[in-house]
Design a protein around this ligand. Structure first.
Ligand code: PG9
Length: 634
């Protein structure tokens, strides 16, 4: 062997022998610095800690497309749900901006059209400094600090336009749900560079009809949101229900507060604030975003996005739109798009169908390309749209077509659909005496969707389009059904429930659903035969029938009026279909059970408070029960 070669071999052997015995515990497999492979990126991704006026720094991800000619506008999303997650592809890292922002917010058309995208963690969450207060109200009686989400947005916009290379000085803010609420918050003190806002499915009022209560009935199923969102600064914990079927999980626990205690929710200040404020007192009124917006004199163009089947914030968007509309006398700044969508649909999914119901076209793509992008291009790039955006663009379900209106709701005639004996419904007033009776037993509440009710979010979000036949034959659900329609019936706006009802108890919930019942057989869509689609539905906690501010016992046995609006709809009941009104007194476990015996706060009801009660829906000449339907003529 060549002596030189053998020396080399020896050296190699010695090195490897040495490596085998080295002390691994002194090293670190994670280097102090690792340069991510960003050369192939079509954008520049940076992270910054942006200082607010009180010194708190907010963690911000900035994604600027490369190679765009000319300065670019900025679109910000502020979130309590993790700015990093908002800016990363769900199915693996991608060098392409358009793919990266598909994860939670589908901003692909913005990426393609040369927009800088910015995602920021709100105070106290994920990478940001400071403390977190759920839905921190604007500065005022409920927030005495010198900062709020409006000032944080102002400071962020100011920093971005001064520090992000290549920006054109025009900024928009958008976001869905909580992020939509944050979008509305920015309107209270807008930076001059803030040129447009797109609140999507925004939470606006926690008591009237969004996340926490609907007309006083507590939405206890939100418990897992509190658990995940506020037990840690990130989202390290998910609520371990210990049950496959949430129906059993909540029933076995007892009241909402008993359920909360089981899972230490009583240690979370926000949970306690919500369950300890069951009436519409100053606590809720002072933070009702639509009421605050009414006074705010907003001058910024706003495009409000509403989903007709939004399981979380079905009240907020329409309420904030209506409030902003009051300040838009020229009807040129404030616009609305209403789609056949679930909560967050426009951000996360295509929109050709929802559950089993088909819409015959990709409604979300239409929104992203034909509505959102021209709106942004107009206000942030000064580009005139090919076709001006209508003040209101609304999808009409049933007919499955887009419609344009000057205002919402469009002109309609209020028509009374009366409830009659033997489960009939029609537009004629009842003549004789009568009532329909059912026994509501809190020990066997009506499930709001088909059991088992899984904790899975994807099952939850589509429930409003679920087939209502799953409860139609229960003895504690009463149905009033119209004749088969011979002509189309279009309902645009809010149906108003007018029940005259009595109970043998001293409190009761009234759940009312307006349903489109499909023909028993449908050759075009055989699987939809007899389907019951909930067009609009809601609940009123009976104790609030006279005053939202104060719950009052119901005098047992007394027929009393209960009046409340259902969420907006824009629906045509087609010939061959029937209109159905279902009434029931529980919607479990989404809403906590009304014990049907008046107690000070239902969230703290004791096992002995829950009692069966017999409820009557009256339909005689003097005490008629009906739905006022906003019927739109073609
Ligand atoms: N609906 C959720 C939420 C909004 C506001 C407060 C709390 C929860 C959301 O999806 O963000």
């Amino acid at each position: 062997m060549n002596p030189r070669f053998s020396i080399l071999l020896l050296a190699a052997f010695a090195t490897s022998a040495h490596a085998q015995v080295s002390d691994l515990s002194t090293g670190n497999d994670i280097p102090a610095r690792f340069p991510a492979t960003t050369d192939a990126y079509d954008h520049i991704r940076t992270e910054a800690m942006i200082p607010m006026r009180d010194g708190v720094k907010l963690h911000t991800v900035i994604m600027a497309p490369k190679g765009v000619a000319g300065p670019m506008p900025i679109v910000i999303t502020r979130t309590p749900y993790n700015a990093i997650r908002r800016s990363e592809a769900a199915d693996g890292a991608s060098p392409r901006l358009a793919l990266s922002v598909r994860a939670v917010a589908d901003f692909e058309p913005m990426a393609r059209n040369g927009y800088i995208l910015v995602f920021q963690d709100v105070r106290g969450k994920y990478g940001s400094e400071g403390t977190y207060i759920m839905n921190l109200p604007p500065r005022g009686p409920l927030n005495r600090a010198g900062t709020d989400h409006a000032t944080d947005t102002w400071d962020t916009v100011d920093w971005l336009v001064k520090n992000v290379p290549g920006n054109n000085g025009n900024v928009a803010i958008t976001g869905c749900s909580y992020d939509g609420y944050l979008t509305l918050m920015a309107l209270f003190d807008p930076h001059p560079a803030l040129k447009a806002a797109i609140p999507v499915n925004a939470m606006v009022d926690g008591w009237i009809g969004d996340d926490w209560y609907h007309h006083g009935a507590f939405r206890q199923q939100g418990a897992d949101w509190f658990y995940t969102q506020m037990s840690t600064k990130g989202d390290a914990l998910s609520l371990p229900f210990g049950y496959r079927d949430l129906y059993r999980a909540f029933l076995d626990a007892g009241s909402a507060s008993d359920f909360g205690k089981r899972h230490h929710l009583d240690l979370l200040p926000a949970w306690r604030r919500v369950i300890d404020n069951p009436a519409y007192t100053a606590f809720w009124k002072e933070q009702a975003v639509h009421e605050l917006l009414r006074k705010a004199k907003v001058r910024i163009p706003v495009l409000t996005v509403h989903g007709l089947f939004d399981a979380e914030d079905i009240f907020g968007p329409m309420a904030s739109y209506a409030a902003l509309e009051e300040g838009d006398a020229a009807n040129d700044r404030n616009s609305l798009v209403i789609g056949p969508w679930l909560h967050g649909q426009t951000e996360r999914f295509d929109g050709a169908s929802l559950g089993k119901v088909e819409w015959d076209s990709n409604t979300v793509r239409h929104y992203r390309e034909k509505i959102r992008q021209p709106f942004l291009d107009r206000y942030l790039k000064g580009k005139s749209p090919a076709r001006p955006l209508a003040p209101v663009t609304a999808f009409e379900t049933g007919i499955n077509e887009w419609r344009e209106y000057d205002a919402w709701p469009p002109k309609a005639q209020s028509s009374r659909l009366y409830l009659h004996a033997r489960g009939r419904a029609d537009f004629s007033q009842p003549a004789g005496a009568g009532f329909t009776e059912y026994v509501s037993d809190p020990a066997k509440p009506v499930p709001y969707r088909l059991r088992p009710i899984l904790a899975s979010y994807s099952e939850w979000e589509v429930w409003l389009t679920g087939d209502q036949r799953h409860v139609a034959d229960r003895t504690d659900v009463v149905s009033f059904v119209s004749e088969t329609l011979t002509e189309p019936l279009t309902v645009s706006g809010q149906a108003i429930v007018n029940l005259v009802a009595s109970t043998t108890g001293t409190d009761a919930d009234w759940v009312v659903k307006l349903i489109d019942q499909y023909p028993e057989e449908d050759a075009a869509r055989p699987a939809m035969g007899g389907f019951q689609l909930m067009v609009a539905a809601d609940v009123l906690r009976g104790r609030y029938r006279e005053s939202r501010e104060e719950g009052r016992p119901i005098p047992a046995g007394k027929a009393l009026p209960y009046r409340f609006p259902l969420p907006h709809s824009n629906h045509t009941f087609l010939p061959g279909h029937r209109v159905v009104v279902q009434v029931q007194s529980s919607w479990f476990p989404l809403y906590d059970r009304n014990p049907q015996r008046f107690v000070a706060n239902i969230a703290y009801a004791k096992p002995g408070d829950y009692q069966k009660a017999t409820h009557r829906i009256h339909h005689d000449a003097q005490s008629a029960s009906f739905l006022e339907l906003p019927v739109r003529r073609p």
